[in-house]
Design a binder for this molecule. Structure first.
Ligand SMILES: Cc1cc2nc3c(=O)[nH]c(=O)nc-3n(C[C@H](O)[C@H](O)[C@H](O)COP(=O)(O)OP(=O)(O)OC[C@H]3O[C@@H](n4cnc5c(N)ncnc54)[C@H](O)[C@@H]3O)c2cc1C
Length: 482
């Protein structure tokens, strides 16, 4: 490949105590916690709003609670602190349903918490402003200046100021993709064959008729009632079995085209759809479960794509963006033609870019295993509790339904002033399917932000602050630690 040597350049330097890279699910909470603990804090975000994948993946926050009914015990709320404050602020402006109980889905997420994505963008930005965080929007983290396992500074590309240098005592990588950790030379793995999505907001729909269709086709796996545009007792979430409903849909679709669906009614009833037909259906890669807190709106429908090269091929990333939009159009067409209530459906919003379920996984000092989650293990250095497993009902969190995320799990190995928080921790895939969820990310963020600020203020290295001092502060700030 032909190369070009970029000339060295003098960059303006900005000084902070704590710099948080990435203003998404974990990063927002980390920055609020850091600023409230008294540190001069900057939040660097590539987009023009905060919220991250919490707004662009699914809109059911998993989960503030442990499973109760399934185990014939009380369900308990085990995540509080700033995460709960965000929900309270959202509820106050009609931007969240608050915590609701599902009527059917007791073995997956008995409780769900739905958010309106546009409300989150403003509410979280205001909370950051109130805490005194300097928000740098439209600014991309682009490099790190590292000496002997210590980050001296972070380089970023601001749309307005160009290339700039952030000097800070502690850094928090909350980019989801592990960008800062990679620039800083941390070890990481990049998963291949990974499923990405661009979830779309679909308007012009009749939620009740849609739910009826899913139910009549035997696909209803969950249903939650709550406030829709302020009116209580409305359907706000529908859980739907993909295969059951999609196979019926495909059959109708093919019949309309005068084609053989490729399987018999009996095979369908026995859930024995031939593999080649399953593959054809999977090409649509549509998830039929929806959430909504508005009339005539699905917030979101998920359209998926598996990236063969993972996230390391620029060409495949570009292809994926276009292919996802093709699939959105195909999914919309399928809905409009076949599902009652969707005749006038249209895509009202999509994410500015696809979102990934997994980016780089950064190697931290402790790698949470699925065995620890299934045991419901707690550690001396727990910094938050969590109790949801995305692979339920195959796996459930053991013990009392909660496990602990230890401080070591967010301390990046080999770098003395860097945290990794959010979906970038946990290399064990099964365990990851628990720790990556939004509410876990928020819990991690509060701990990282608090300790980063404590270290910056005291001048002590991160690892020399007694964990009990951090835990005492977290509890005082409303975090649940048993
Ligand atoms: C399709 C899909 C559906 C999901 N459904 C659910 C669900 O229903 N419930 C649930 O609980 N979880 C769900 N998840 C998982 C969950 O949403 C994510 O794991 C979690 O939100 C990740 O949070 P994070 O803070 O690690 O990253 P993000 O929230 O993605 O935050 C990262 C932020 O960093 C910014 N950024 C990235 N790189 C840079 C850079 N170089 N410079 C500056 N800024 C940068 C991004 O713009 C973003 O704002 C889903 C995920 C996906 C992909």
């Amino acid at each position: 490949m032909v190369t070009y040597i970029e000339p060295a350049k003098e960059l303006p330097v900005y000084h902070y105590d704590v710099v948080v890279a990435g203003g998404g699910t974990a990063g927002v909470v980390a920055a609020i916690a850091s600023a409230r603990t008294g540190a001069k804090t900057a939040l660097i975000e590539a987009k023009g709003y905060v919220g991250g994948t919490m707004l662009e993946g699914g809109t059911t926050l998993h989960s503030f609670f442990t499973l109760g009914k399934y185990f014939h015990r009380e369900s308990r709320q085990i995540v509080k602190g700033i995460a709960q404050e965000i929900i309270d602020r959202l509820v106050a402006v009609g931007g969240s349903t608050g915590h609701l109980e599902d009527k059917l889905g007791i073995d997956y997420d008995e409780h769900c918490t739905l958010i309106d994505v546009e409300s989150v963008k403003l509410v979280e930005a205001e909370m950051l402003e109130e805490a005194g965080v300097d928000i740098w929007f439209n600014t991309l983290v682009a490099g790190a200046d590292v000496e002997n396992g210590h980050i001296r500074g972070m380089i970023a590309q601001s749309r307005v100021e160009g290339r700039i240098y952030f000097e800070a005592k502690t850094f928090i990588d909350a980019t989801g993709w592990g960008d800062l950790s990679a620039y800083a030379g941390a070890d990481y793995i990049v998963p291949k064959e990974y499923s990405i999505a661009n979830s779309v907001g679909v308007a012009g729909v009749d939620v009740e008729r849609y739910a009826k269709y899913i139910e009549e086709n035997g696909g209803l796996t969950g249903i939650t009632y709550g406030p829709r545009d302020g009116e209580e007792g409305q359907i706000v979430r529908i859980g739907a079995s993909f295969w059951k409903v999609l196979s019926t849909l495909m059959a109708a679709h093919k019949k309309a085209q005068g084609k053989d669906p490729g399987y018999t009614e009996e095979e369908l009833a026995r859930n024995r759809i031939p593999v080649n037909v399953q593959k054809e259906m999977a090409k649509l890669a549509l998830t039929l479960g929806i959430t909504t807190i508005h009339e005539n709106y699905f917030m979101y429908l998920k359209v998926n794509y598996v990236m063969k090269e993972g996230l390391s091929s620029q060409a495949e990333m570009t292809k994926a963006e276009i292919e996802l939009r093709r699939r959105q159009a195909a999914a919309l067409d399928l809905l409009r033609k076949n599902i009652p209530g969707c005749e006038k459906a249209f895509i009202a919003r999509s994410s500015p870019t696809f979102c990934t379920r997994r980016g780089r996984t950064v190697i931290c000092e402790h790698d949470i295993s699925n065995a620890e989650i299934l045991e419901g293990k707690h550690f001396d250095d727990d910094i938050c509790y969590f109790g949801f497993h995305d692979l339920a009902p195959k796996y459930h969190v053991g013990g009392d339904g909660s496990y602990g995320i230890p401080l070591r799990a967010i301390l990046v190995k080999g770098i003395d002033n860097l945290f990794a928080v959010g979906m970038m921790i946990t290399t064990d895939y099964d365990a990851y399917m628990s720790t990556r969820n939004t509410v876990s990310c928020m819990g991690q963020g509060q701990a990282a932000g608090t300790l980063a600020a404590m270290a910056a203020k005291s001048g002590l290295p991160l690892r020399s602050i007694p964990v009990e001092t951090l835990q005492t502060r977290l509890k005082a700030d409303g975090v649940y630690l048993g």
